[in-house]
Write a protein that binds this ligand. Structure first.
Ligand code: NAD
Length: 370
């Protein structure tokens, strides 16, 4: 068994450990049945690490993340830590990892699985078969640009300032991720900005266009203004394959796109960094949901977003397309069979616990992978 794939597993708080336990079953299944073995290290982050070690993430955990081939993250946070100052918030764990690993491209698929087509607020004929990917630049743009702050003007009133800043290098590296993804999907990239009213948007468009002509002419490239993209995502989301956009627009558009699919408990994500000199790409995979303190400990959390995050890890960190697709098919089968956690419950389905859904995914893998 190939056991050179180093995985750092960080369950975190709230429902994080509950859903991660089910992902671990799928990871174990891969090792047993598909000879995809992992050297797994598990560690504390977030509130759990604050309680045990007095900090949301230790330097040793950051070092382990840098050593690992991929990080599988759960979720962090909870009301018991809300009163701590910003320097001690559980959420610092994920922010620190993103910064220290240089994770600049956030990938959020919006995939409508057939059994959940009615969970969307849009009509089934609009979202059936939807499979798009939003690539959001996640370390630059207006959330990090200088100058920023609030200043007091001579007349005593105040002025708030944030600055949208992008360099060609920042634009190129995230656009490359999008073009390379498109090559493995339907071969189409839509680049989204506001080149009509923002100079940084114009540079974005020019840079993506030049990179496309230079290195990715085989991919179909289109451009769209962000406001139109928001409209098109609701009007006809299936026109898109890969969307690449800035931090700010990606923040909004990826939330919008995720809701096309219906449930938070179903949605995985990946955040990728640069390819290092050793050929490895830093990568962290996590569900988009948080620690859901309202349902933690009740055994009702949907584990599929965490399991699907592991499927993304197989695909994007290790190129194991067939194994990733197998995990995705197993999840779809469980939903189609009508076994559901309460968040995706529908008439005629049977309500199941987190553990039952995890066990059903493993049973489906047994059947599909036989
Ligand atoms: P949340 O995503 O935790 O929960 C929002 C709602 O969705 C809740 O009603 C919850 O019960 C439900 N939900 C979420 N995941 C579910 C699942 N797998 N199955 C079934 N239902 C699910 O967001 P929130 O309530 O705004 O935040 C709770 C805590 O999580 C906060 O401390 C927040 O800071 C933190 N958070 C962490 C991350 C992260 O770790 N990356 C992301 C978002 C929020």
């Amino acid at each position: 068994m190939a056991s050179n794939k180093r995985l750092l597993v960080l369950p975190g708080d709230g429902i994080g450990p509950e859903v991660m336990a089910e992902a671990r079953r799928v990871i174990d299944w891969m090792g047993r049945r598909r000879a995809v073995g992992f050297d797994i290290q598990e560690d504390l982050v977030g509130g759990a690490a604050i309680e045990a070690r007095g900090t949301p993430i230790t330097d040793a955990t950051v070092a382990a993340a840098k050593q690992a081939d991929a990080v599988l993250f759960g979720s962090v946070g909870g009301p018991q830590w809300d009163k701590l100052g910003f320097a001690m918030r559980p959420e610092l764990a994920i922010l620190t990892l993103r910064r220290e690993l240089g994770l600049f491209a956030n990938l959020r698929p919006a995939l409508v699985l057939d059994p959940l087509v009615d969970a969307s607020t849009l009509k089934p004929e609009v979202v059936r078969g939807l499979d798009l990917m939003i690539v959001r630049e996640s370390t630059g743009g207006i959330y990090f640009g200088e100058p920023r702050g609030v200043e007091t003007l001579p007349d005593g009133s105040k002025r708030g300032i944030n600055t949208e800043v992008y360099t060609t290098a920042e634009i190129e590296r995230v656009a490359r991720v999008a073009f390379e993804l498109a090559r493995k999907r339907q071969g189409r990239v839509c680049s989204v900005e506001k080149a009509n009213v923002m100079e940084s948007g114009l540079l974005w468009r020019q840079t993506v266009t030049a990179l496309h002509a230079r290195d990715y002419a085989d991919v179909a490239l289109s451009h769209m203004y962000a406001d139109n993209c928001a409209m098109q995502l609701v009007r006809n989301p299936r026109q898109f394959d890969v969307i690449v956009t800035t931090n700010l627009f990606g923040d909004l558009l990826s939330d919008l796109a995720s809701m096309l699919t219906g449930s938070l408990g179903m949605l995985p994500s990946a955040t990728l960094g640069a390819v290092g000199p050793d050929g490895r790409r830093a990568a962290l995979y996590e569900p988009i949901h948080g620690s859901a303190p309202d349902i933690a400990g009740k055994g009702v959390a949907n584990p599929l977003a965490q399991i699907l995050s592991f499927a993304m890890l197989l695909r994007y960190s290790f190129g194991l397309e067939e194994d990733a697709a197998l995990v995705e098919r197993a999840c779809t089968e469980v939903l189609a069979a009508g076994l559901r956690t309460p968040d995706v419950m529908a008439p005629g389905c049977r309500q199941a616990s987190t553990e039952e859904v995890g066990a059903a995914v493993v049973a489906a893998l047994d059947r599909l992978g036989a």
